[in-house]
Each structure stands twice: as C-alpha cells, then as structure tokens.
Design a protein. Structure first.
Ligand code: DC
Length: 229
C-alpha cells in the first residue's frame, strides 16, 4: 500500500503559510494541520498554570500533561486543550510570545513532534510550521518553503490581527514579527531553515491562489497526485 501523502509547508510568520496550506488541503481533500497551534496550546497551558516562564522544569512538566487535539467545526479547524476549545485564546500576543519561548525547550518539542506525526497516521495531510520538512516529516515528497518580504509579511499579519478584532499598528506588527523571526532563527534546535530538498517560493507578489497553483504544478510534475490524493 502506498503511504498517504504528506505535504510540508514551512516559513516565517506572515509568509502566507496558513492560507496556502488550508487552500491546498481543501483542493486535494487532505487534512490541514497547523503545527504552530500545538506550540500555542502548550504555551497557553503553561500560562494558565501560573508558573513563571523561567521555571523551565515546571513548564516542561505541566506541558507534558497537556492533552492537545484538533477537531473540525464545519470547515473551521478548532484547537482543543484538555477538551476545551481554545482556538481564540491561543491567538493573543501573550500566547504568541509564550509559544516562541516554550518552542525552544527540547522536551516540549519532542512531545509536540510526536503529536504532530500522530495526526498524519493513516491519512494524507498538509502540515504547516517551521520544521515540518526538516524534522517532523523529513521523508515528505513535497516540501515547500514560503518566504516573503518583511514589509509584506507585516502588512498581512496586521490585516489578520484586524480581522480577529485586535488593535495594532504596522510599526508594532513589524517589530513583533522581527522579534519572533529572531527567536525562531536563533533557536538551537530546529531553527527555521529550508530543508535541502525544499522548493522555495517567494509569495511577496503572489496571491495565495497563485502559490497554491504553483505547488499543484510541482506536485503534478512529481506525479504525486495520482488516485487517492
Ligand atoms: O506559526 P505560529 O506563529 O502559530 O507558531 C507559534 C510558535 O511556535 C512560533 O514561535 C514558532 C513555533 N513553532 C515551531 O517552533 N515549530 C513549528 N513547527 C511551528 C511553530
């Protein structure tokens, strides 16, 4: 039996990963998995437990006990933490920074990588993140690394913040994106970097649909879209 298709989409914040990965999953009838949401849910668990972020041992312990799942509500993916829908809570700026911090801890990554792999057991997925092509699914036959100019990424992130009802300015958003890029790229384990066999696509001047078409072209060239996908 052939293994279900796993498409890895990596890239920095604001590169368009989420929109592209969701559209691609829909086009191909695959399950969309947002790996970043698992780091965010883990960070929320640590924040809610009230432990100080520099008490790494306790942070690791409390995250070890977190039950993180995805469910779908119509076409929307929901994130469940210990059975509770936390899809909104994990998008706050506080959780965003806490997620960047907890994602530096090897024990936390180990747990969440195993969880992310379990989501692809027996089914095809489009998974987006930072290390999907390098670490989580190094055998994926289709790895995309999305990049975009910093100004464009800040603009997109600002739009997203506004849609979610949060007040922000372009300067503030650009600053936060820059700080997060730095944390992600400097991280000792699984820093944000393209896999050697990833196709890099610059989405600065492309719409999400154009990026999806480009990925489908590559998938077609590699004969990955046969029956079943
Ligand atoms: O993609 P995002 O902004 O939701 O990710 C939240 C944080 O989790 C971000 O700081 C990077 C981290 N992350 C990671 O280390 N590895 C992944 N595969 C996905 C996200």
């Amino acid at each position: 039996m052939t293994r279900p298709l796993v498409i890895a989409i990596d890239g920095p914040a604001g590169s368009g990963k989420s929109t592209v990965a969701q559209k691609l999953a829909e086009r191909l009838g695959l399950t969309y998995v947002d790996s970043g949401a698992t780091y965010r849910a883990a960070a929320l668990k640590a924040l809610e437990s009230g432990i100080r972020s520099d008490d790494e041992k306790s942070v690791i312990e409390v995250i070890a006990s977190a039950d993180i799942q995805f469910s779908t509500d119509g076409s929307r993916a929901r994130v469940l933490l210990d059975g509770r829908d936390v899809s909104r809570q994990i998008r706050t700026p506080e959780v965003t920074f806490a997620a960047a911090k907890v994602s530096r801890l090897p024990e936390v990554r180990e747990k969440l990588i195993a969880l992310q792999r379990s989501f692809a057991r027996g089914r095809g997925v489009v998974m987006e993140g930072r290390d999907i092509g390098t670490v989580v699914f190094p055998d994926s036959p289709l790895k995309i690394f999305l990049r975009a100019d910093p100004e464009e990424r800040a603009r997109r992130r600002l739009n997203q913040e506004k849609q979610e009802g949060r007040e922000a300015t372009l300067e503030q958003t650009a600053y936060e994106i820059g700080r997060r890029d730095q944390l992600d790229a400097e991280r000792k384990i699984s820093p944000l970097t393209p896999a050697p066999d990833a196709c890099t696509i610059d989405s600065s001047r492309l719409t999400a649909d154009q990026v999806v078409e480009r990925i489908l072209e590559i998938a077609g060239e590699r004969k990955l879209l046969s029956a079943g996908n």
